[in-house]
Design a protein around this ligand. Structure first.
Ligand SMILES: Nc1ncnc2c1ncn2[C@@H]1O[C@H](COP(=O)(O)OP(=O)(O)OP(=O)(O)O)[C@@H](O)[C@H]1O
Ligand SMILES: C[C@H](N)[C@H](N)CCCCCC(=O)O
Ligand SMILES: [Mg+2]
Length: 221
């Protein structure tokens, strides 16, 4: 079993079963709940959007000192490997190391676990190298059981500690039951469908987030 005690206080890595699944919203909720520092090391898609960092800053009401800028920011709305290729940039793993921050750190991935970062590296490899426990963001509805269990299995095979799952969307307790049972994991909290995503709604949802030390007790490998 891996010793995660040294990195635990550093925070969590937020990944998902897909892109556009709600990782940024969940990251904002976690930052708000823990007054954490936010880091999106690999940002792509800046041709179409401002990126996740300003979104989390605004939704969580974070002080600028609680924001670490991305290590890489690419224009194309693609995986980091493909987006970097278009700019003739190869990601240097030496720049993907945990920043030293005073409190907890919330690190958001790009897309899901098997997203290419370099020819020899995917997001799941980055997670392994950072050593943070994972919060897995999932869709709540039909089809999520397969995606969620595959993601959990990929992490379990690598010995990556999983803090738990956060379903986003209409409550589906049947899916949650199956995911907990077959995935040997926990539901950390739920995020319902929101008509408006605002600092107020994020603040309200932050009340449902477990304390860091409670989360620690739920970690499975
Ligand atoms: N609970 C929700 N209710 C309504 N809309 C939501 C909810 N969660 C996320 N969304 C919307 O879905 C879209 C994708 O969410 P989000 O940006 O959090 O995805 P992501 O997983 O961070 O994607 P990426 O891989 O690009 O980082 C956004 O427009 C967001 O506002
Ligand atoms: C641009 C987008 N919003 C994400 N940042 C990148 C998602 C890459 C997903 C790759 C894939 O799984 O097919
Ligand atoms: Mg995001």
């Amino acid at each position: 079993m891996k010793d995660i005690s040294t990195n635990w206080q550093r925070g969590v890595f937020v990944t998902g079963t897909d892109t556009g699944i709600g990782k940024t919203l969940v990251s904002a909720i976690l930052c708000r709940a823990w007054n954490a520092t936010y880091w999106k090391p690999l940002q792509t898609g800046l041709a179409d959007e401002d990126g996740d960092t300003p979104t989390v800053r605004d939704l969580a009401g974070l002080d600028p000192s609680r924001i670490i800028p991305p290590a890489y920011a690419f224009q194309a709305p693609l995986a980091p490997l493909a987006a970097g290729d278009l700019e003739n940039v190869t990601v240097n793993p030496g720049r993907l190391v945990l920043p030293q921050v005073p409190g907890p750190l919330v690190v958001e991935g790009a897309g899901g676990l098997m997203v290419p970062v370099r020819e020899d590296m995917m997001i799941v490899d980055l997670i392994e190298s950072l050593g943070l426990p994972v919060v897995l963001v999932t869709r709540s509805g039909l089809g999520t059981i397969n995606h969620t269990l595959l993601s959990l299995e990929a992490m379990q095979r690598r010995g990556i500690p999983v803090a738990g799952v956060v379903p986003v969307g209409p409550l589906n307790s049947g899916n949650e039951r199956d995911i907990v049972q077959f995935g040997k994991t926990h539901i950390l909290f739920q995020v319902p469908h929101l008509d408006a995503i605002t600092e107020t709604s994020v603040s309200g949802l932050a009340c449902n987030v477990p304390l860091l030390d409670v989360l620690q007790q739920q970690i499975s490998q």
